[in-house]
Design a protein around this ligand. Structure first.
Ligand code: UDX
Length: 436
C-alpha cells in the first residue's frame, strides 16, 4: 500500500531515504530548514556524492512522487514522518540532541492524529521512549527504525538491506508493522523488537565494526614483529563463517562521520549507566595510536629510524578522504596523519581524486595532478584506498621522487609492480618489499 511519507532533514540519510521510499512506490515530502538546500533539490541538484542518488531524485521529481520544501506545515497529512536529523557529538562525545529537541515539539503541534513518528538517524538509546513527551501527544505512535547506510553505498544499502529493524513498546505494534511494510519490496528480514533494543542495535553494530578494525590493526603490528603477513592471517580468519571476511583490512585507522561518533556515544552511554566497556575503550585507544604508528613508519622509511627527524622533509600523500569513493574528510585518519606529519616539520603535498581543498590544514598543499606529489619527495604515503592509485605510472613517480619509497597504509598497491618500478614498498603488517 502506498503511503504518504514525510522526511525531516535532507542530509545523506534523509535524502537517501526520501529518494528510495519514492522509488519503492510511496509519495514523499522531504523537509529541510535550509532554504538554499531545498532550492537546489527542487532544481534537481544533488550535492551529496552517492551513486544512483541523483537519478532517483530526478525520477521522483518527474513522477511527482518526491517533493522538497522548507515549510514544515506541509507534513500535515503525512501517514509517517521519519526524523533524519543530525545528532553531532558534544565535547564529551555525547550526542547533542538540540536540533531534535527543537523540531519534535513543532511536529507535535502539526501532525494529524495517528501519524507515525519514526526515528531513522542514529539517536541515543531511550530517545523513542522520550518522544511522546517531546511531541506532547499520545496519539502519535513512535517507531525506532535505525539506518545502516554506508557512505558511497547508501542507495544500495537502503534498497538491499541485510535487515530492517523496527522498535516499538510493546514490540511488533501496528505502527511497527506499518513501517516494516514499507521495506517489503526489498525482501529483507525484519527484526521487530522494543525501541531500546532497536536503538542499541545500531550503536552495537558500528561499535563492533570499530572493535573488529582495531583488532586487525593491532594484529598487523604483531605480524610485523613476527614476520607474518596480516593479509594471510585475515584471509584465514575471514573464511570462518563466524568471523566473516569483511572489515578485516588494516589501515591508518577507522574514521568517517559514523564510527568515531557512535563509539564515543556508546562509551559515554555505558559510562553514564555505570557499565565498564573496556573492549570498546581500547578499540578507540588503538585507533588513536594507529596514526602515531603510521608516522613512525614514515620516519623509519625516510631516516632509517622510527624516531628520526622529518623537519624540512618533503612527503607526498596519496589520499585524504576517510575512505575511497567519497570526498568526505570528517574524522579522516588521513588528515590526522597529515596533521601529525606537519607537526613533525614535514612539507606535505597531497592528491585525492575527490578532494580539492582541506579547510584548516594549511600545511598541506593539495594538487590535482597525482604525479606532483612525488616531486622531490623523500617518501610517498598511501592513506586512502582509491583503486586508481594502483594504475599510476610508478616508474614515473620513482623518477621524480628524491627517494623511491612508499608507505602503503592500506596494503593497496602490488609490491611486485612497485619493486619493478624501483620503489621500496612498506605495507601494514606485511613483509617490506625492496626495489629490484
Ligand atoms: C559506517 C557503517 O558501515 C554503516 O553501517 C553506518 O550506518 C555508518 O557508518 P561509513 O562511515 O560510510 O559507514 O564507513 P565504512 O565503510 O563502514 O568505513 C569506516 C571506516 O573503516 C573507514 O575509515 C574505512 O576506511 C575503515 N575500514 C573499513 C578499514 O580500515 N578497513 C576495512 O576493512 C573496512
Amino acid at each position: 500500500m502506498a503511503e504518504h511519507i514525510g522526511i525531516v532533514g535532507a542530509g545523506y540519510v534523509g535524502l537517501t531515504s526520501a529518494a528510495c521510499f519514492a522509488r519503492l512506490g510511496h509519495r514523499v515530502t522531504c523537509v529541510d530548514a535550509d532554504e538554499s538546500k531545498v532550492d537546489q533539490l527542487r532544481r534537481g541538484e544533488v550535492a551529496i556524492a552517492e551513486p544512483g542518488l541523483p537519478e532517483l531524485v530526478a525520477q521522483g521529481r518527474s513522477d511527482g512522487t518526491l517533493t522538497f520544501t522548507d515549510a514544515q506545515a506541509e507534513l500535515y497529512g503525512t501517514d509517517l514522518v521519519f526524523l533524519c536529523l543530525p545528532t553531532p557529538p558534544d565535547r564529551d562525545g555525547a550526542p547533542d540532541l538540540g536540533v531534535l529537541e527543537q523540531v519534535v515539539p513543532q511536529l507535535g503541534r502539526l501532525l494529524r492524529p495517528g501519524s507515525v513518528v519514526v526515528t531513522k538517524s542514529t539517536v541515543p538509546v531511550g530517545t523513542a521512549a522520550r518522544l511522546p513527551g517531546l511531541l506532547r501527544r499520545d496519539d502519535l505512535p513512535v517507531v525506532s527504525n535505525p539506518e545502516f547506510l554506508r557512505e558511497g553505498h547508501a542507495v544500495d544499502d537502503f534498497l538491499h538491506p541485510d535487515r530492517v529493524v523496527v522498535g516499538t513498546d510493546p514490540p511488533n505494534s501496528a505502527a511497527a508493522q506499518r513501517v516494516a511494510r514499507l521495506y517489503e519490496p526489498t525482501g529483507a528480514p525484519v527484526v521487530a523488537t522494543d525501541s531500546a533494543s532497536a536503538e542499541l542495535a545500531k550503536y552495537a553494530s558500528n561499535a563492533f565494526l570499530a572493535v573488529k578494525l582495531s583488532y586487525v590493526n593491532v594484529l598487523a603490528e604483531l605480524c610485523e614483529r613476527f614476520g607474518a603477513d596480516v593479509r594471510e592471517v585475515a584471509r584465514t580468519m575471514g573464511m570462518d563463517a563466524r568471523i566473516g571476511p569483511e572489515f578485516l583490512a588494516p589501515g591508518p585507522g577507522w574514521g568517517g562521520s559514523c564510527l568515531p561518533k557512535d563509539t564515543s556515544a556508546l562509551l559515554h552511554a555505558a559510562e553514564s549507566a555505570g557499565v565498564e566497556f573496556g573492549i570498546l575503550r581500547d578499540a578507540v585507544r588503538v585507533n588513536a595510536r594507529q596514526r602515531a604508528r603510521v608516522v613512525r613508519a614514515v620516519r623509519q622509511a625516510v631516516t632509517g629510524s622510527a624516531a628520526g627527524s622529518l623537519a624540512g622533509t618533503r612527503i607526498g600523500l596519496l589520499g585524504l578522504a576517510f575512505k575511497a569513493g567519497t570526498g568526505d574528510l570528517r574524522d579522516s585518519p588521513a588528515l590526522a596523519v597529515a596533521a601529525e606529519l606537519a607537526r613533525a616539520g614535514a612539507e606535505l603535498t597531497a592528491h585525492d581524486p575527490a578532494v580539492g581543498t582541506v579547510p584548516g590544514l594549511d600545511a598541506v598543499q593539495v594538487v590535482d595532478d597525482p604525479y606532483l606529489v612525488a616531486k622531490d619527495a623523500a617518501a610517498l604515503v598511501v592513506l586512502t584506498e582509491w583503486p586508481e592509485f594502483r594504475d599510476l605510472d610508478w616508474a614515473r613517480l620513482a623518477a621524480s621522487a628524491a627517494q623511491a619509497v612508499v608507505v602503503d597504509t592500506r596494503n593497496l598497491l602490488d609490491p611486485d609492480t612497485l619493486a619493478g618500478a624501483g620503489f621500496t614498498h612498506i605495507g601494514v603488517g606485511t613483509h617490506p618489499r625492496r626495489q629490484s
